[in-house]
Structures are given as structure tokens and as C-alpha cells.
Design a protein around this ligand. Structure first.
Ligand code: HEC
Ligand code: HEC
Length: 351
């Protein structure tokens, strides 16, 4: 008797799955595919260990915009990571979180993280699934504890359903919470800027002559570090930025590795959507791209660490030779990295 019911149930499932074009019959979450644009390097996130689904993504998005991940109930991930500015904290040099407390770093964009395997300015997070623990528990960010966050989620009825849809049962635990956040974040791929369309020869896109000049200057003078179509070689480098005495706790990569040689090295940032993610550098000290280029041509100093060899001129002095015309062209080129489709993509928007 039991067997017959099982067969009937199984048969029903098979029937409903084969019912082409009528997706409403198919139970359970659907797998989502992370974009792999032809001009991008390989995905580094282990998608087999945590395959995004529509339900996991929905849960991750809800958590990303959930104020209850913080002690006050107000500071969500999205509070500091705002879509219009490529998921950075608009207008803030250093981000502030709970109680208005300030950290000592500028908020990084959230984009194309599936292609990276180390996170934050100094690489303190070596897996995307572990990264959110830092902001949730940092006093200056969300000032919470994981057990308390889980308690709060359990007390909100809507989450039981969302966890069940995503993971099969209503159990709420930290692994599931972190996996759902990653499912949301790995889907955030920015690859449809003008630059991409020119590179992939789509929609008849082409550079203006100034953009073309900018690309040539950029390739010669910047792409040794801001390399590949992610515009980062994903290594840690000291770019000769003056030491900032306001933040004595800042040591760059040395904070993670312990090596003095890593003092003031930072993960080479991607330059995608750079026009929108100002202010710039690990402490947000430059408000404009003009200021960044002036720094590269005239502002570089010995900062107590080992400035990258690539930034030394043949006579040993520091800096990149840049004519005003080149600076202008590079900025015009960098603006072609703005991806309006990504910045306006409703899938990632809070409302
Ligand atoms: C108070 C502001 C603030 C909040 C809230 C916040 N972040 Fe961040 N986020 C930052 C800052 C600042 C950095 C750079 C951290 C560093 O380098 O130490 C960062 C870095 C990151 C990175 C690394 C990006 C990269 O390219 O390596 C990820 C991923 C991230 N945040 C996700 C989250 C998630 C998920 C949440 C919510 C659980 C969150 N953030 C909440 C400010 C914030
Ligand atoms: C030696 C490697 C190297 C070279 C060459 C280099 N950069 Fe950078 N760049 C870095 C590093 C490292 C940082 C982060 C430093 C920090 O935050 O203090 C950075 C930061 C930046 C930022 C700020 C990004 C952000 O998200 O805040 C911009 C813009 C930038 N570089 C543009 C350029 C341009 C344009 C050139 C060529 C004129 C160039 N870089 C050459 C390593 C390099």
C-alpha cells in the first residue's frame, strides 16, 4: 500500500516536472547561474559547495537588507553598501556603523566577488562565506553576535519559510545564513559597461578617440597592477600612498600576515564602476579621480613600507609620469567602466 502511494507521488512529481512551460508545477528551488562573461577570468567561488538558487538568493537578499543583523536593528549590510554607488557607502570616507562609531576603512564595493578568493582591503577574510562575520560582530559596524542574530531571525515568522524554501527545512543556523548571503553576493556580477561591450564587440559599441587614448595610457601605466578585466591582479601592493597618522591601527596587509614587509600593502582594488564609488583608497582620502591621478604623478612617498617596484622611475624616484592630457584621457576611459545595468538592476535593489 505504502509503495503504491510512493509510486503515485513519484509519478506525479515526474509528470509535473515534464510539464513543459508550466513551471508553477515544479516544486523546490531553481538553480541560478552566475554570469561568466567571456572577457572575465575564471570564477573562484566554489559554486558546487554552495550553488545559488532562486530561494537562496531571495533569502540572501532579505538578510542583506535586514537591520536586525545589527544590535540596534537599523544597520543592515545595505546601509553601508548602497547600490547606486556600486554598493559602497556614498559620501563617506570612513564608514560609520552602530552608535555612529567609525572604523578606519572606506567601504568596498560589492561586485564580481565570485571571481575573488580573498576579501577586504587586507585580505582578512579568506572565504566569502566567512566575510559577513566581520561586519556583524565588529563594534564599529553592526556590533552584534551571531547567536543573537539567529535568535532574532527565529522570532520573525517570515524567516522560517524563507529558510525552508532555500534549504529544505525551517532550521535557522549560521551556516545557512552565511551561505544565503553568499548566494546573493556571487550573483552580483558587473560586466555590462561600455568597456565590456567594446571588448566583446556587442551592440556596435566603440570607444571615442579620447577613451581609446585613455585605454592606451592605462594599459601602459596602470594595468600592471589593475590587470585583467576585473582591473585587479588580486595581490597586495604598496602604492606609495602617504601614511595617515589619524589611523594608527592601519598597517595594511601586515595586520593579517604579521610581516613588516607588508606594511601599507592593500589588495589592488578593482576599478569597475569607479566613477560611482568615490571617495577613493583604503581610507577614502581622495574625493575625485583627478585627485587620484595627481597622487600617482606627484603625491607618492616612502610611507614606512616597501613601495612597489613598478612605481619607481629609472632614477629611483617614485611616481608615474603622466601628462595632463593623459590624466584626462585615463579618467574618460575609467568612466567607460560604469555599468548602469548593474547599478540599476532590480534583482539587487532593496525595494
Ligand atoms: C558599517 C558599514 C558596513 C556594514 C554595516 C557592512 N559593511 Fe561590508 N564593508 C565595509 C567596509 C569598511 C569594508 C572594508 C573592510 C576592510 O577592509 O577591513 C567592507 C568590506 C566588505 C566586503 C569585502 C569586499 C571585497 O571586495 O573584498 C564584503 C563582501 C562585505 N563588506 C559584505 C558585507 C555584508 C554581507 C554585510 C552585512 C552582513 C556588510 N558588509 C556590512 C563596511 C560595512
Ligand atoms: C603598483 C601597483 C599599482 C599601479 C601601477 C597602479 N595602482 Fe592604483 N592602486 C593600487 C593599490 C594597492 C591601491 C589601493 C591603495 C590604498 O587603498 O591605499 C590602488 C588604488 C587605486 C584607486 C582607488 C580605488 C578605490 O576603490 O578606492 C584608483 C582609482 C586607482 N588606483 C587608479 C590607478 C590608475 C589610474 C593607475 C595608473 C595611472 C594606477 N592606479 C596604477 C595599486 C596600483
Amino acid at each position: 500500500m505504502k509503495k503504491t502511494i510512493l509510486i503515485i507521488v513519484f509519478g506525479f512529481v515526474l509528470w509535473s516536472c515534464s510539464n513543459d512551460g508550466n513551471e508553477a508545477y515544479i516544486a523546490g528551488p531553481f538553480f541560478l547561474e552566475v554570469d561568466q562573461p567571456s572577457n572575465f577570468p575564471e570564477i573562484k567561488y566554489d559554486l558546487k559547495a554552495n550553488t545559488p538558487t532562486d530561494a537562496g538568493f531571495e533569502l540572501g537578499k532579505k538578510l542583506f537588507y535586514e537591520g536586525n543583523l545589527s544590535s540596534s536593528g537599523i544597520i543592515s549590510c545595505g546601509f553601508c553598501h548602497e547600490q547606486a554607488s556600486a554598493f559602497t557607502h556614498h559620501g563617506h570616507t570612513i564608514s560609520h556603523g552602530e552608535n555612529g562609531l567609525e572604523g578606519f576603512r572606506n567601504t568596498q564595493p560589492i561586485q564580481n566577488l565570485a571571481y575573488f578568493d580573498e576579501f577586504t582591503w587586507d585580505g582578512a577574510a579568506i572565504h566569502l562565506d566567512l566575510q559577513p562575520i566581520i561586519p556583524i560582530t565588529a563594534e564599529v559596524e553592526m556590533n552584534e553576535t551571531i547567536p543573537s542574530v539567529l535568535d532574532k531571525l527565529e522570532s520573525m515568522p517570515e524567516y522560517a519559510k524563507l529558510f525552508e524554501n532555500a534549504f529544505g527545512t525551517a532550521e535557522i543556523n549560521s551556516e545557512r545564513m552565511l551561505k544565503a548571503l553568499s548566494q546573493f553576493m556571487v550573483m552580483m556580477v558587473s560586466s555590462n559597461s561600455k568597456y565590456d561591450k567594446v571588448m566583446r564587440q556587442e551592440d556596435g559599441a566603440s570607444f571615442t578617440s579620447l577613451e581609446e587614448e585613455g585605454l592606451i595610457a592605462f594599459t601602459e601605466k596602470c594595468a600592471s597592477c589593475h590587470s585583467t578585466d576585473l582591473f585587479s591582479d588580486q595581490s597586495y601592493r604598496n602604492n606609495g600612498i602617504p601614511y595617515n597618522p589619524k589611523h594608527i591601527e592601519e598597517q595594511g596587509r601586515q595586520r593579517v600576515s604579521g610581516y613588516e614587509a607588508d606594511f601599507y600593502k592593500f589588495r589592488v582594488p578593482s576599478l569597475r564602476n569607479i566613477e560611482m564609488s568615490f571617495p577613493y583608497m583604503h581610507d577614502g582620502r581622495f574625493g575625485t579621480l583627478e585627485a587620484v591621478l595627481d597622487f600617482y604623478s606627484e603625491g607618492m612617498v616612502e610611507n614606512g613600507g616597501e613601495v612597489d617596484e613598478r612605481l619607481k622611475k629609472p632614477d629611483g624616484s617614485l611616481g608615474i609620469d603622466l601628462q595632463n592630457k593623459e590624466k584626462e584621457a585615463i579618467i574618460v576611459f575609467l568612466r567607460t567602466l560604469t555599468d548602469y545595468e548593474f547599478l540599476n538592476d532590480k534583482r539587487f535593489a532593496e525595494f
